[in-house]
Design a protein around this ligand. Structure first.
Ligand code: NIG
Ligand code: FE
Length: 412
């Protein structure tokens, strides 16, 4: 891939802001940590036997080795594709009216999830697969090359297992979210009590789903009557861990609560939302990375704040304390029906105190860290050739041209 005007590598090996002659351009603060190479080229190996194509060489175009063929990007900027570490794409139905009601002042409490459960249970799996594939294509068209997708709108053994199995055909990062909410039939007593539902999630449902998923997640939110308490969440996470799954948590979305510290205590890879964090939560998240430990990433989801009118998070509080953050879409029919990582970046820059470089990194490397992936999120030899191009001279056009579709996955 040649004629890359500006390449973001996320690799500290490349000093920031060097021009083609290797001279520092004095833009270090602006590009801090992004490992920018100007007038760059990338050599990509071809895809073999279902294995993704890998990066073989990265550097200045003038130094590039000969390759079998060359594709010019005509001076565009290139970045690692976005790693969206949180989405719920397996759903049917429509909740746009609920969004309108919230914009008119109605609060979000998770109650609307039941509407989507009903629509998803009623839909044919083949139609849901089509919907998911369409949503993934929409993400790719906006620069996302890795996406985590959760189950969680079936909430009975058959529907959750079907979702997990089908999602596995779409992404390597499938998450079991049987503990999304207590489904209606376990709230009105028709099928049992909420305790019975937690038993089902930790037992038969987990067993049916586990072969298809990498992660288990729980909506830990004592501030919603539909979601799970700290103790219920602990049960679900411990059962998932015993089944060999990695842990993720929805926590601290509607108010302060036990989610963030529970995630750290159990060694979860991520706690997402983090809209309401106490000082102790921030300390725990930062402390989880002490001494080189694989800690808990705080996943920030600004589209949710937009769509529920909760306050935007002050990301500086987390970053300055030494916590690691990811930006993700949380694309779902209730709290954020946007799959746009560029929107999340622009919002983080405008409203959350992040520099453009921090926001871009949180949407790429941050997502990779959240998914504990070392093969995506940066442009480095041996990593997947998952790249995105920007129609413009600089990666800065992502927040600068907010709302304009300037980023798309690069087909190599
Ligand atoms: O991540 N908070 C829990 N789950 C989703 C929203 C689900 C819905 O409202 O349909 C979220 O925000
Ligand atoms: Fe979510």
């Amino acid at each position: 891939i040649t004629d890359i005007g500006e390449l973001v590598t996320n690799d500290p090996q490349h000093p920031d802001g060097l021009d083609a002659g290797g001279t520092a351009t004095g833009e270090d603060a602006l590009h801090a940590g992004l490992g920018v190479i100007r007038d760059a080229a990338i050599v990509v190996g071809s895809e073999t036997e279902g294995e993704a194509s890998r990066i073989q060489w990265v550097g200045r175009a003038a130094d590039a080795p000969a390759a079998d063929w060359a594709v010019s990007v005509g001076g565009a900027a290139v970045i690692p594709g976005f790693v969206d570490s949180h989405s719920h794409l397996w759903f049917g139905g429509d909740r746009s009216a609920e969004f309108a009601a919230r914009m008119a002042g109605q609060a979000y409490d998770g109650g609307g999830i039941a509407t989507t459960i009903e629509a998803t249970r009623a839909a044919r799996p083949v139609d849901l697969v089509d919907l998911v594939r369409g949503r993934v294509a929409e993400m790719r068209a906006q620069g996302t090359t890795t996406v985590e997708i959760k189950t969680g709108y079936g909430l009975d053994v058959a529907t959750e297992a079907e979702a997990a199995r089908r999602l596995r055909e779409v992404t390597d990062e499938v998450t079991f979210l049987g503990a999304h909410v207590v489904p209606p039939e376990y709230r009105d007593g028709e099928a049992g009590t909420r305790e019975d539902y937690v038993d089902l999630v930790c037992g038969e449902m987990l067993e049916a789903v586990a072969p298809h998923v990498r992660w288990v997640d729980v909506f830990c939110e004592p501030n919603s009557p539909y979601a799970f308490t700290g103790e219920e969440s602990r049960r679900v996470l411990e059962a998932g861990k015993a089944a060999g799954l990695g842990l993720r948590v929805h926590g601290n979305q509607l108010g302060e609560g036990p989610g963030a510290q529970l995630a750290v205590e159990l060694g979860a890879a991520a706690v997402d939302h983090c809209t309401y964090l106490s000082e102790a939560d921030v300390e725990a998240l930062a402390g989880s990375w002490a001494d080189g430990a694989a800690g808990t990433v705080a996943g920030l989801l600004p589209g949710v704040e937009f769509s529920t009118k909760h306050p935007y998070i002050d990301a500086r509080r987390l970053l300055d304390a030494g916590a690691r953050v990811a930006l993700a879409s949380d694309c779902n029919p209730g709290t954020c029906y946007s799959s746009s990582m560029p929107f999340m970046i622009a919002t983080a820059v405008r409203e959350m105190g992040m520099t453009p470089a921090e926001a871009l990194q949180a949407a790429t490397l941050g997502g990779a860290l959240s998914l504990r992936r070392e093969d995506v999120g940066a442009v480095r030899v041996g990593m997947r050739a998952d790249l995105a191009r920007i129609d413009g001279p600089s990666w800065l056009h992502i927040p600068y041209r907010m709302g304009v579709p300037v980023v798309r996955a690069l087909e190599v």
